[in-house]
Design a protein around this ligand. Sequence first.
Ligand SMILES: O=C(O)CCC(=O)C(=O)O
Length: 269
Amino acid sequence: MSVISQTDVEAYANDGVLLIKSLLTRNEVSDLREGIDVNISNPSSRAQVASDENDPGWFLEDFCTWQENPAYQRVIFESDISEVAAKLMCSKEVRLFHDHMLVKKKGTLQRTPWHQDQPYYNIEGMQNISFWIPVDPVPLEWTLEFVAGSHQDPWYMPRTFLKKQAKWFQEGELKELPDVEANPDKYRVLSWALEPGDAVVFHMLTLHAGAGAGALRRVFSLRLIGDDIRHAPRSWKTSPEFPGLSDQLPAGAPMNHEFFPLIWPASRA
Ligand SMILES: O=C(O)CCC(=O)C(=O)O
């Protein structure tokens, strides 16, 4: 079991981001790597290329494929992740929100622009956490960056990564993103080099951005939710989308639905 200390819990609460070394075992990492490769070869209808057609590399994302991927199921239901999430969110229960594969091929120039994740979603509430788990080494130069404490900020306008379109909230409805790079004295930016099986965990409102990739960078991300999370149906297509959910789960309801299985407390033997 990855040991989560009180200092870790406080760091997550204060910074909205934390590095966890060796979260997965070597066997879990090889299993997950194979699962990601299967996902790359058999992308779902939700998969999208998030890099420009002129990019010498390629940024491929896929979402919500755990039901077809036994390796993803093993990480979700059998690894230490659910218990770590419960501790860091200070939550009695943990549900899966969704899985997200993020693969950048060697030579990808496409940066992931600064953004928060929660404005793209259909949920409200503060007990949430994302695990970003590479199965390839990620040197400092190519890693994710986070603005410490930004999970306490207001919601910023979500835009499409490539064309900067407002496809979710309407223009003017939310504050525009701050210019983090232009104000280095104002923002405490945290980033870490990662080994396979390490994880950076972050709040769904923490501002983050990512570099391209100097070598193949395969990442599995798990988005998990805790006790205070409630359904916030949207009149638009969220990213990811949960088709039919708005007809089955009222606004303000806990996320008690088969799309979001309870993973903590664990029911394993
Ligand atoms: O993998 C990346 O480059 C971006 C990751 C990200 O934005 C996320 O996991 O929310």
